[in-house]
Design a protein around this ligand. Sequence first.
Ligand code: ADP
Length: 610
Amino acid sequence: MGWWGESGLDEEDRLDREEAKHVIKRTVRMLRPYRSGLLATLVVLILYTAAIEAGPLIVGYAIDHGITGHRSATVIEACGILYLVSALVMAITERAQIVMVNRVGESFLRSLRTRVFRHILSLSMRFFDREQTGRLVTRMTSDIDALEMLIQQGLLVFVTSGLLFVTVVILMLVLSPILFGLCAIVLPPVLISTRKFRRESNVAYLAVRDSISQTLSTLQESLAGVRVVQAFGRERHQYERFRRHNRAQLDANVNAVRISALYFPAIEFTTSVATAIVVGVGGVLVATHLTQIGIVTSFVLYLGLLINPIQQVSQLFNLIQQSGAALNKLYGLLDVAPEVTEPLGAVDLPERGAIEIRDVAFSYRPGELDNVLSGVNLTITPGERLALVGPTGAGKSTLAKLIARFYDPTSGVVRYGGTDLRNASISSLRRRIAVIPQEGFLFHGTIFENVRLGKLDATEDEVRRALRIIGAEARFDALPNGLQTEVRERGSRLSAGERQLVSLARAALANPDVLILDEATSNLDPGTESDVEGAMTALMKGRTVIVIAHRLSTAERSDKVAVVDAGRLVEAGTHNELLGVGGRYAELFASWLGNSGSHDARAVPTAGDG
Ligand code: ADP
């Protein structure tokens, strides 16, 4: 029946005039590299249209000059051959244009997809705080799919239809203005009913989509909650609900089909009426020698070519609007500028620099008065081991993120080796400072590949050395496939401790000057716990270390302790100094000692969180 996709238009799919203009302009600009391909496609498309339109002309000519009048076998034969040739050209150009449009369209989509992907990866943390992963995935899937569908099914039909419509009108006008004038009478009803059809069917298909999702969500909910449904004897209730939605789905579908079933026959009937007019009036014109039989024949044949494009474009309208909206959203995403950038002439950070945090305030939502951090001053000398302690939500991780420049401070400055991080080259920043999250994130691939992420051009020897430094080489070698063991998605084949070891080896390979560690809050499996501890100790050797400590035993072993509370740095000094002061740290330590049977088992108590 030729309905293009069962999707109606949501409100958000509609672009206003300005947006549409912008999308078209930008698309034209983005299509520039494909100019020659597009031009060639256009030439083929014109040939194709010409071949379609040649048919009726040839038939008319054969009738007027070969059958009526002088009866010439040569003319008929020549016309026959010409007709065959035009049919052949039509077949060849049809195939060629499909291939060409798809080639250009798919290359465009491919580059759009890579551009969007690369752009997303370049964006700063604040963007990811704001955007849901799901929505980003939608951009890359359903929005691109809408464009894919347009390229595969709609674009050619749309352009050909437009070209056909315009040229057929011109041909008809040239052949017989009188007959065209008569046919034109049927055009307004066709155009009006097409517009009406487009509106109504759009509403109808939205209703279909709605009712489908209602039925599905009832199904899903009933299945997910089947235990509750059965335990409370609510089967009948769920069944009734399902039945109601299912019924609504039927009604919506029937309604949508009824609208199409009215439109298409109506258009066909109108075409027949126009044909009857042309045949009737044409007959009179022929009888009065005002025109020739062949011309009337060509006319009748052209009539189909006139109405068809209107019908086809009407069916494509939604798809085109959806694609426009999809492009608009994708362009919007491409327009989001990364926040963490480097200026022209950014400097490379030196080796072994001191970290200075001066009057730093920070808010995740700039403009809000409520700062997550404020008035933070701290210096970390090269090679120093600093523990950040404090209750959950105090701002420890946020401070760590500022040192790694995942965000820029709202006010104040973070320096490394005397350079404001905002003036440092990002590549040197990432080389000098490495962040190790609580849980090691592994990518699809082997252990070897995952370690090598720390330094992409590392040799096998270097990877092995990194594993040796943290004392994990033998452990992974003992696996059946050794370092070539596939970790599967997110490293599901390895234990949590092993994943952490891979992540530590990665850092060892990257060999940064500064390590920012988030100590795991939960206990690892006993088999790997001590290995991970050993690996951390080895990795810390000779580096500046900032550890977000959840166990105060870690703070006890550090060179310096900084206590963060409610966004402020309330105390800083050695473990012993701070105990001597008898302030916030002494309080935390006392309560931690009281809570913990064995030193290392407990995290910092979080009582008193704000
Ligand atoms: P800690 O590491 O001490 O537990 P955080 O630095 O993670 O504390 O959090 C400090 C405050 O900032 C908390 O109130 C937390 O809710 C808020 N916060 C943390 N991350 C974000 C974020 N990405 N967006 C908005 N607020 C955040």
